[in-house]
Design a protein around this ligand. Structure first.
Ligand SMILES: [Zn+2]
Length: 313
């Protein structure tokens, strides 16, 4: 038997035929064209799935389940909201199963990526792990006993929106002071632009030629690595809030491993060493063992693999 994993993003729909042990056997993708209504997007996801299945040499009798990772949440077979796609109250399960009548499992994209790492990535050796994606926002995926956990109301793994600073920066969710306002790539860019204006002699100014629209998280990290003091200050603030967020996760869940993924995690050992160094400051009972912090391994494939594995028993 095989599984279909669908990674629904604002830009692309990526579909893979995946084996029982989490290997991608075949994959294809198409643009989401997110400006459309949800109905043609769902129709396209089903059509790409069917053609991927047959091009991989399988038919519906070989298909055990379909899994889908979405940039939003799913409760009782419906997606109440999916901001990047402009979706509200989409009855995804009913709509998709009109095309492919197989069990459908839908979950948040960060949860799905965390599950993929737990099946065939860095956290495969542990039962309980928490994945944090450090990208445009901060997403969270909680894996307990090798299964995704999304809480009692579907929002248990929205770790990017834990309040980390009372009355802090305004967040896209409407609250203030959310973790993702301080620990996302977007946060690093915001702080980079502020620092560039204050310190025109810094590398941040040189590398962007003074143009705020050219600021990226990579520029901040590269300048910090090169020893630029303004960039290093931002990086240290970033690491402080990220570590505070990780500490809160550890306090509540006490997982075996915290996995860092997303664009900022491409900073590699520079990021990892800084977090491992900062985190003990906040840990309660630090003489006891606590979660190791590791980098994600699967990259872009995680979305497909994790989605497919939602349907595995
Ligand atoms: Zn928020």
């Amino acid at each position: 038997m095989v599984y279909i994993g669908i990674d629904l993003g604002a830009t692309n729909i990526a579909v893979g035929v995946v084996s029982e042990d989490g290997k991608i056997l075949y994959q294809k993708e198409a643009p989401t064209k997110a400006e459309r209504q949800w109905q043609p997007v769902v129709r396209d996801m089903a059509a790409i799935s069917m053609s991927a299945l047959s091009e991989a040499g399988y038919d519906l009798d070989d298909l055990k389940a379909v899994g889908m990772g979405v940039p939003g949440i799913c409760v009782d077979g419906a997606i109440p909201f999916c901001t990047n796609l402009g979706w509200h109250d989409v009855p995804i399960e009913r709509a998709f199963r009109e095309y492919i009548d197989k069990p459908l499992f839908v979950d948040n994209d960060a949860t799905v990526a965390g599950l993929a790492e737990a099946v065939s990535g860095v956290s495969a050796s542990v039962s309980n792990s928490v994945f944090l994606t450090l990208g445009t926002g901060v997403g969270g995926g909680i894996i307990l006993n090798k299964k995704p956990y999304s809480g009692s109301h579907g929002v248990g793994s929205e770790l990017g929106h834990m309040t980390i600073l009372a009355d802090g920066e305004m967040c896209t969710c409407g609250k203030r002071g959310c973790l993702e306002r301080y620990a996302s790539a977007t946060a690093m860019i915001r702080m980079g632009i502020e620092a560039m204006r204050e310190h025109p002699q810094s590398e941040l100014f040189t590398l962007t030629e003074g143009d705020p629209s050219r600021m990226t998280a990579k520029i901040v990290i590269d300048a910090a690595k090169a020893g630029d003091s303004a960039a290093r200050e931002i990086f240290d603030i970033y690491i402080k809030y990220l570590s505070l967020g990780i500490n809160t996760v550890i306090s509540f869940i006490d997982p075996e491993m915290i996995v860092l993924g997303g664009g900022v995690s491409r900073a590699g050992a520079f990021l990892l060493d800084a977090v491992r160094n900062e985190l003990p400051k906040y840990i309660f009972f630090r003489t006891m063992p606590y979660a190791s912090v590791e980098l994600a391994r699967l990259g872009n494939e995680a979305g497909i693999i994790g989605a497919a594995m939602l349907g595995r028993d």
